[in-house]
Design a protein around this ligand. Structure first.
Ligand code: ADP
Length: 249
């Protein structure tokens, strides 16, 4: 059974961190439109040059552009057995496109991580990413309030030492703009999903570990399974064990 998961929720809800871990532990790719666009900006590709200013203002890039990117990414062989989408869909047009793209691919599970706005602003302003590769510092095991010594994502990051910086669109004014757009465009789209039998909501104010457990239970219940049944299905698929942990979580 394909495991098609869409993570929904506002900026700073923890979608990226949870998506990364869920994807790794279930042997499916994480497809983050924010990461794809940031990589394009970082490498100054034609796409990156086209979207940089829009992203820095906290606005959304055009539907046709982002739909094309997701359509292409989900058509690759590694996404046949499932995927975790993070940051897409964000508008009704994107949700309709995703329905078409996934029409013949089994159920799509949608999980919304709920977090109040005040906490989102606090989290996003505290967020630090690796200046070199863009990985989120929260993605690595570390003590509360203490950043890991260096980013562990690539060999270059490991040896270059810590260069944690704020994301350029995480400033107070841009975060407010992103939240405004979220409430205007994305929230109504989530209401459209919420009537589906495969829609679940989880509380994003819990610890990351509790959110992870809630996510696994939500996905299992959307598939009509117990969490333990989902785990044994995945263990079988991954060859009798859980996925090898990578540096990034
Ligand atoms: P967030 O922390 O707000 O969830 P993301 O990393 O998902 O941020 O996205 C960063 C930026 O990339 C967005 O503010 C937007 O400009 C652009 N972007 C990402 N995904 C989409 C999308 N599905 N549609 C339009 N723009 C997007």
């Amino acid at each position: 059974m394909a495991l098609n998961l869409v993570m929904l929720g506002p900026p700073g809800a923890g979608k990226g961190t949870q998506a990364e871990r869920f994807a790794r532990e279930h042997g499916i790719p994480k497809v983050s439109t924010g990461d794809i666009l940031r990589e394009a900006v970082h490498s100054a590709s034609e796409l990156g040059i086209a979207v940089q200013a829009v992203m820095e203002r906290g606005e959304l890039v055009g539907d046709d552009l982002i739909i094309g990117i997701v359509r292409e990414r989900l058509s690759r062989p590694d996404a046949v057995a499932g995927f975790v989408l993070d940051g897409f869909p964000r508008t009704a047009a994107q949700a309709n496109a995703l329905d078409q793209i996934t029409a013949a691919r089994g159920p799509v599970i949608c999980v919304e991580i709920q977090v109040p706005d005040e906490e989102l602003v606090r989290r996003v302003q505290a967020r630090r990413v690796c200046e070199d590769c863009g990985a989120n510092a929260d993605a690595f095991e570390h003590q509360a309030n203490a950043l890991p010594g260096s980013c562990q994502n690539t060999e270059r990051c490991k040896t270059a030492g810590p260069k944690w910086v704020a994301r350029s669109d995480d400033s107070a004014s841009v975060v407010r703009e992103r939240l405004k757009i979220y409430w205007r465009d994305t929230r109504p789209m989530i209401d459209y999903y919420s009537a589906r039998p495969t829609f679940r909501r989880i509380d994003g104010l819990q610890t990351p570990e509790q959110v992870r457990e809630a996510l696994v239970s939500a996905v299992a219940s959307a598939l009509g399974l117990q969490a333990s049944q989902l785990q044994s299905m995945v263990a079988k698929k991954l060859g009798g064990g859980t996925a090898e942990p990578r540096g990034a979580r």
